[in-house]
Design a protein around this ligand. Sequence first.
Ligand SMILES: *Cc1c(COP(=O)(O)O)cnc(C)c1O
Length: 386
Amino acid sequence: MNSYMTDLQCSRCGLRYSAEAIQNLCSCGAPLFARYDLAEVSGILSCEDFSHRAHDLWRFRELLPVRLPENMTTLGEGFTPLLSSRSLGRSIGVESLYFKDESLNPTGSFKSRGLSVAVSKAKELGVREVSLPTAGNAGGAAAAYAARAGMKCHVFMPDDTPPLFAKECEFYGADVRMVKGFITTAGNLMMTELKEKGWFNVSTLKEPYRVEGKKTILYELAQQFSWQLPDVILFPTGGGTGIVGAWKAYLELKELGWISRSVMPRLIAVQASGCAPIVEAYEKGLDAAAECENPYTFASGLRVPKAVGDFLILRAVRESGGTAIAVPDDLIRLAWLEMSREEGLFVAPEAAAAWAALKQLVHAGHVERGEKVVILITGSGIKYAI
Ligand SMILES: *Cc1c(COP(=O)(O)O)cnc(C)c1O
């Protein structure tokens, strides 16, 4: 596979860990990041080399953690289309609006990128059983890739998650537990059993490799825009692997010398008003977010009251010159219909929140009309529709 990963490094205290053993968080409690020998990679590869490779995220294999091809657990994830807006962009004066359509991934969301890489690496390290709490899509993706890898998967899900999410996990043969409460309650319940039974925890940012899968979104965007990144990218944000992965990927691309313009795209974290811990921390100038007390939004992927990577999301937003913004559910519903009717895109409501947010940001002058803007369509609307 030719992975150039060297080791793991704590994203907060900088402590290094071996990548040849199973790891979760740093002893200081922060997420670990995979590090690569980027000087070596830029010596043997140029960005043009990728255009001749297979149409999935494994085309970036040198910058991914899996060492042996037999551990690569793939369902064809990645290489999703970049679509130009037909009319919504123009309706607010933004001529260069694009949608990166992640709903075309296996299991219908961008979670498949992260879980393909995480399950592959777990398999490489000898893991037999994985578990995670989920707001919906991560569970489906984990269950699918675990089935593909011949592993057992345990999914803990709030009992008011739209019913198709649990059904999907059951089809893949996962052990599904419906939990009264939020994703944080589900996570706590899981931990008790995980410790007893020795499952591997693949919760958001609590192992190092889901973020590696997610970072390929930014690599792909770079490639699709001929290595000239856009000005602004909007990320519907829950646990934050998407936005944190994009930030990490940008720093890697810059070090590799593959992007011509050295200004980072402004990364925008979009949340729902009923659960916006990151937005509140951003507005108060804090480095970490307080837990949201009574989280509510029908966009279930955004209902994450507390994220272990909160400080990383805030750094990604601030270092890129972006912002964090919350939109209420009624505007998300309106935006949801608009994206379907005006663009032919039946998206996950989380993604519709990004369109609702863009309208506000243009109105407030945070995004200028001449800028090149990308909305990340994180998933398909199908599983939410009942
Ligand atoms: C998980 C999810 C999100 C939130 O993504 P994070 O990277 O965890 O912040 C947004 N939209 C959809 C459809 C999701 O499944």
